[in-house]
Write a protein that binds this ligand. Structure first.
Ligand code: NAD
Length: 353
């Protein structure tokens, strides 16, 4: 098949991991007989430096003409002055909102080869395989920006509509149907009106997916259950803020932020694929970033935007095989264990393809 992929490397370790993922996708194209065209654009701090805007119009045009977007990470100390009028992270929020990417999928899996180095007891971590579905373009992060108070009083508005909850709940139920058929919906229905609507709508949507077992958890309880019984979860659906916090908490289960991919989708096949981690300024430029989150994001791009399931699995299996062979970047190497560079790990994955 032919596909055009917008490539937005961004800042810090973004370009280091995106470059490797692009090479990996090119190898997939050659091996499976596809034609992928990569078109590069600027986003984040580098775009502010070059154009004054974190999401220049040219980048938007590149993304509009593409079948999917592959993104590294944005931000860094150079642009983190809170009084600055433009922040790199705005570029990412604008991108998600402009393209209506309402469902953020974040799979969190533990690898048998890594559980002994994790901060939780190994027996709790065995067989953890959770898919977070986070609502991404509404809720408190997008509440009314005109009226947020001033001086000593300010506020943010948590707002959800029936349609917004319905569309993300449908994505979550469908995902559960294709997995272990369990969905946990997280809310704060005991305190917040918007979250009572959330629960009512999830219960109503459930009627179309009766074979999926539905559980509700209040967000405070969910934070504990995630650490005490992580292997019991299949799909977890949550609003924007709760999904943000819970999926970062769950990243501890996988051993490193560098391991985790994400996909941000709308109802057609278009999507934005990026690792969960940020630009990691503390290790940028050293060639030691873990490329796994980025590689698994590229696999999600093949699966969700291009419907290339075998090709996606080929990447996932090659990553598993490299880990099984004992290759570790510094963030996942145990004490006294040797580590490899980004390039060496990437080469090992490519060899196994
Ligand atoms: P971060 O994810 O960049 O880094 C947190 C820690 O994890 C650091 O110690 C880092 O070295 C490590 N880490 C992250 N990814 C890694 C990888 N692939 N391999 C090895 N180690 C890795 O989060 P932060 O330090 O809170 O934020 C740094 C900058 O990134 C900030 O400007 C922040 O706003 C931005 N950020 C961007 C995104 C995004 O682009 N989606 C997400 C989060 C943070």
């Amino acid at each position: 098949m032919k596909a055009t992929i917008a490539v937005l490397p961004g800042d810090g370790i973004g370009p280091e991991v995106v470059g490797q993922a692009k090479d990996l996708l090119a190898l997939i194209a050659a091996k499976f007989g596809h034609e992928f065209t990569f078109v590069e654009g600027m986003i984040g701090g580098i775009a502010i430096d070059e154009t004054g805007e974190p999401l220049p119009a040219e980048t938007v045009a590149i993304c509009e003409a593409a079948d999917a977007i592959l993104l590294g990470a944005v931000g860094g100390p150079k642009w983190s002055d809170p009084t600055a009028t433009v922040q790199p992270e705005r570029g990412l929020l604008e991108l998600r909102q402009r393209f209506g990417l309402f469902a953020n999928l974040r799979p969190v899996k533990t690898y048998p080869a890594l559980v002994d180095h994790a901060p939780l007891r190994a027996e709790l971590l065995r067989d953890v395989d959770i898919l977070f579905v986070r609502e991404l373009v509404s809720g408190i992060y997008f509440g009314d920006r005109q009226e947020q108070g001033a001086g000593d009083v300010s506020y943010d508005t948590m707002r959800y509509s029936r349609e917004e909850v319905e569309q993300v709940a449908n994505v979550a139920f469908r995902a559960a149907q294709g997995r272990r058929k369990k969905l946990c919906s997280v809310d704060k229905a005991n305190v917040l009106a918007s979250m009572r609507l959330w629960r009512r709508v999830v219960v109503a949507v459930h009627e179309e997916y009766e074979e999926v077992e539905l559980e509700h958890l209040l967000v405070d309880a969910a934070t504990m259950h995630l650490l005490t019984r992580p292997a019991s979860f299949d799909v977890i659906v949550a609003g924007n803020m709760f999904g943000d916090i819970l999926s970062d908490e769950a990243s501890v289960l996988a051993g490193s932020l560098g391991m985790l991919p994400s996909a941000s989708l709308r109802s057609d096949s278009f999507g934005l694929y990026e690792p969960v981690h940020g630009s990691a300024p503390d290790i940028a430029g050293q060639g030691i970033a873990n490329p796994i989150g980025m590689f698994l994001s590229a696999a999600m791009l093949l699966r969700y935007s291009l419907q290339l399931e075998d090709e996606a699995r080929a990447i996932e299996s090659a990553v598993d095989a490299a880990l099984d062979a004992g290759l570790r970047t510094a963030d996942i190497a145990g004490e006294g264990e040797a580590s490899v560079s980004t390039g060496e790990f990437a080469a090992a994955v490519k060899n196994r393809l």
